[in-house]
Design a binder for this molecule. Structure first.
Ligand SMILES: NC(=O)c1ccc[n+]([C@@H]2O[C@H](COP(=O)([O-])OP(=O)(O)OC[C@H]3O[C@@H](n4cnc5c(N)ncnc54)[C@H](OP(=O)(O)O)[C@@H]3O)[C@@H](O)[C@H]2O)c1
Length: 327
């Protein structure tokens, strides 16, 4: 089979190689799928660079979330059958940017019928992260104001839709006009182009000086620091990631004086500490997808030979919406 593989660490376009390799075999609690869609995520970039908390052994195939058809199941997998259409997380080194990939049975879920393969491939990491961040960690309530940074990105776009589905007023921050149109299409009530406007000032104007109740921040660095200037009394800033490249430190005296919470989020840990909640979340997402409340907006469906270029453009902050390998 064909697979993109990383043999040494560096920028995705420099280190990803398309190769002919053996089809992988499942371990006892794993399944092998024929990949029907694999969405590009920032962690794929960080793994190529060797900067992600998970460091797969070299050589590895990236592609951390996918949708596929089960073609083989491990000896101890009774709950999933060959032929099923599933989505979930890949087990690296056998990720989704290949013709076949390996999934952990515990992180394999039925793909919703209401979504096509590329959309279903994008329903796992971003939406699960958004669900746990907004509901479980930040306790977002209907009528509250939610500010989402990188609102046209992978986790940001999911947070926009989930915020709207929860009845919040959603303000999305994006870089550039093309991303602004995309965030509007996602359903954001107000979109701020950070290249043109100062989000702190706009949020204050829109909330009569009060600030946003919840701020969802996958960018970090200076974006976090400026977010503390427009967080509401009893607001919650969800620390999701550091796509901007700088890991900020928090001024706790400021959190005390302004009475807000800084909420860390590591979605992957729910798979370890509370796997039942991940299944419950998947059921809730499936229902919302069937109701038409959420739908991943796939902007690029790329053949296998073009996905490395898509991952590099994601690394450079140039992609708009979900970029998916779609065979
Ligand atoms: N906490 C968790 O459990 C969890 C789960 C999944 C992902 N994450 C993290 O969330 C972050 C976002 O991941 P993603 O896959 O959704 O990526 P993404 O949003 O598709 O891409 C990053 C976006 O960040 C913005 N950005 C601002 N400054 C940037 C810079 N200097 N370089 C690159 N991008 C910059 C850009 O959007 P604009 O130009 O529109 O601002 C860019 O499109 C990553 O750090 C990832 O590791 C965390």
């Amino acid at each position: 089979m064909k697979a993109w593989r990383v043999h040494e660490l560096g920028e995705p376009s420099a280190v990803l190689r398309l190769e002919e390799v053996e089809r992988p075999e499942p371990g006892p609690r794993q399944v092998v799928v024929r990949v029907a869609g694999a969405a590009a995520n920032f962690p794929d970039v960080l793994m190529c660079r060797g900067l992600y908390q998970v460091k797969p052994p070299l050589p590895f195939t990236p592609g951390v979330e996918l949708c596929g058809e089960v073609v083989a199941v491990g000896a101890e997998v009774a709950e999933i059958a060959v032929g099923e259409r599933v989505l979930g997380g890949a087990v690296l080194p056998h990720g989704g940017f290949a013709e076949f990939a390996i999934m952990d049975a515990a992180q394999t879920f039925p793909a919703p019928r209401s979504l096509d393969d590329a959309e279903a491939a994008s329903l796992f990491i971003g939406y699960q992260t958004g669900w746990f961040g907004l509901h479980r960690r930040a306790g977002l309530k209907a009528g509250e104001t939610l500010l989402v940074h990188a609102a046209a990105g992978g986790v940001g776009s999911a947070a926009v839709q989930l915020g709207k589905a929860a009845g919040a007023r959603v303000i999305g921050v994006v870089g550039g006009a093309e991303k602004a149109s995309y965030a509007e299409e996602l359903g954001a009530d107000v979109v701020i182009d950070r290249h043109r406007d100062d989000f702190v000032q706009v949020v204050k104007e829109l909330t009569n000086g009060r600030g946003a109740d919840v701020i969802y921040d996958p960018v970090g660095g200076d974006v976090y620091q400026r977010s503390t200037k427009c967080i509401a009394f009893e607001g919650r800033i969800v620390v999701v990631g550091f796509a901007g490249g700088d890991i900020q430190t928090a001024a706790l005296n400021h959190a005390l004086v302004k009475n807000y919470s800084i909420v860390g989020l590591h979605w992957g840990l729910y798979n370890t500490y509370d796997p039942a909640s991940v299944s419950e979340c998947h059921r809730a997402l499936t229902t919302r997808a069937a109701e038409g409340l959420i739908r991943p907006l796939v902007s690029e469906r790329l053949p296998l030979d073009q996905i490395a270029d898509g991952v590099q453009r994601l690394a450079d902050g140039k992609t708009v919406g979900r970029v998916v390998y779609a065979p």
